[in-house]
Design a protein around this ligand. Structure first.
Ligand code: ADP
Ligand code: MG
Length: 404
């Protein structure tokens, strides 16, 4: 079966079209620091507007606890969307309540409303199927059809991603189509050598992908928060750095399996260690086997890969024909700890082949560091979703749209 696309929905003129986007942008003090995901939603939204649809945009933002929380309001996102579309965008102060219903009934053909954060409702992410179904049924009352375009959430079985797509006639939007085209190129006969670069802070989430990637790739480079679990597994002390103590055996297993399979596992040889987790912390470069030997002793925190490691990673990346990167190499939000991420990003722009950056923070990092989207083969809006796709997993939010 193949993915149902927009054409499968027939004429959308005058129809109420719910669009499930992923507008989960990074915010600082209510200001959007990277609007990449809003921009990525524009092709589908413009297509629907041009088709004369009444467009109801929904998304999650952050991880509110199933109840309204002003710091996670989508209102600044609705404003940004309006600027980018060059057209007014209404905003509803609730998701399925009176405000949303009123806003939807006031829509004209080609009009757009953003409804409030889906995750202000416990039903969106509920574990229990019936609770999700009940919330999806509330959402379904707002529209005639669903266009699912939040690529960053297709690996989640959540009400607006899965159950809603079963309740309404549904199809994938243009962003999902584009993302899948690129990911197909990464899974079907990728040009070799094929390297995957992993970093970031969701250590236990991302460790799991390694076992699935080992049979598929030639090289795995490990930076970011997860590198310390590897160094510790090799017997090195890591001071107060991010560590998943209960994953040490798992990681030892990966190191052994990589060797058996002939996969090159590229681990850091040096690390940038800081006195504390802060932008202006004192810091020193330490060898990977001497992290506790800095002036900060056992209280030091590794916040970036070191310069020798960054140079080695860059060399391996430039010598690969296919590269997928998810997860910043260090705490790039602090300029003093952004160098590793910058060097890796630069190397990706020099790949003679296909380079893909995936993940919300990774995408934000490359733009914040001054790179532009056109320097990479593709910047994916989905980190977890891309990784699960590359692992060969079935993604519920795609299966429900006919993809197999
Ligand atoms: P993505 O959104 O690209 O999938 P993650 O959400 O997994 O990536 O991780 C991004 C975060 O990882 C960034 O906010 C960054 O500060 C953090 N990070 C990177 N390296 C470290 C480290 N050594 N210690 C703590 N946090 C880190
Ligand atoms: Mg993230």
């Amino acid at each position: 079966m193949t993915l149902r696309t927009l054409e499968s929905l027939g004429s959308l003129e005058g129809k109420r079209v719910i669009v499930r986007c992923d507008l989960n942008v990074p915010l600082r003090d209510g200001v959007i620091t990277d609007d990449g995901r809003v921009r990525a939603s524009l092709p589908t939204l413009n297509a629907l507007i041009n088709a004369g649809a009444r467009v109801i945009v929904c998304s999650h933002l952050g991880r509110p606890d199933g109840a309204p929380d002003p710091q996670y309001s989508l209102e600044p996102v609705a404003q940004r969307l309006s600027e980018l579309l060059g057209a007014p965008v209404a905003f509803a102060r609730d998701t399925v309540g009176e405000s949303a219903q009123d806003a939807v009934s006031s829509l004209e053909d080609g009009g757009v409303v953003v409804i409030e954060n889906l995750r202000f409702n416990a039903g969106e992410t509920a574990k229990d199927d019936a609770t999700r179904q009940a919330f999806a049924a509330e959402l379904a009352k707002l529209g005639d059809v669903l266009v699912s375009d939040g690529f960053g959430v297709v690996h989640r079985k959540q009400a607006s991603v899965y159950e809603l797509a079963e309740l309404l006639p549904s199809a994938a939007g243009l962003l999902i189509e584009t993302e899948l085209d690129v990911l197909d190129r990464l899974t079907e006969k990728p040009e070799r050598p094929y390297a995957v670069v992993l970093g970031g802070s969701k250590v236990s989430d991302k460790l799991g992908v390694i076992s699935h990637l080992l049979p598929r790739v030639d090289r795995i480079l490990v930076g970011g928060g997860m590198l310390f679990t590897f160094l510790k597994a090799q017997g090195h002390a890591v001071a107060s750095s991010l560590l998943e103590e209960d994953q040490l055996d798992v990681v030892r297993g990966y190191i052994a399996e990589a060797e058996e399979r002939g996969v090159e596992l590229v681990l850091p040889t040096d690390v940038l260690v800081a006195a504390s987790f802060s932008a202006d912390a004192a810091h020193e470069v330490a060898a990977a086997d001497a992290i506790e030997a800095t002036a900060f002793g056992a209280s030091g925190i590794g916040l970036d890969i070191g310069p020798e490691t960054a140079a080695r990673f860059a060399e391996v990346i430039r010598g690969s024909k296919t590269v997928f990167w998810n997860g910043p190499m260090g705490v790039f939000e602090f300029p003093a700890f952004a160098a590793g991420t910058k060097t890796v990003a630069q190397a990706l722009t020099e790949v003679d082949g296909l380079s893909v950056v995936g993940g919300g923070d990774s995408a934000a990092a490359v733009r914040q560091l001054g790179f532009t989207d056109d320097q990479f083969g593709h910047i994916s809006t989905g980190g977890g979703a891309s990784l699960e796709f590359l692992e060969g997993k079935k993604l519920p939010g795609l299966e429900v749209l006919g993809w197999a």
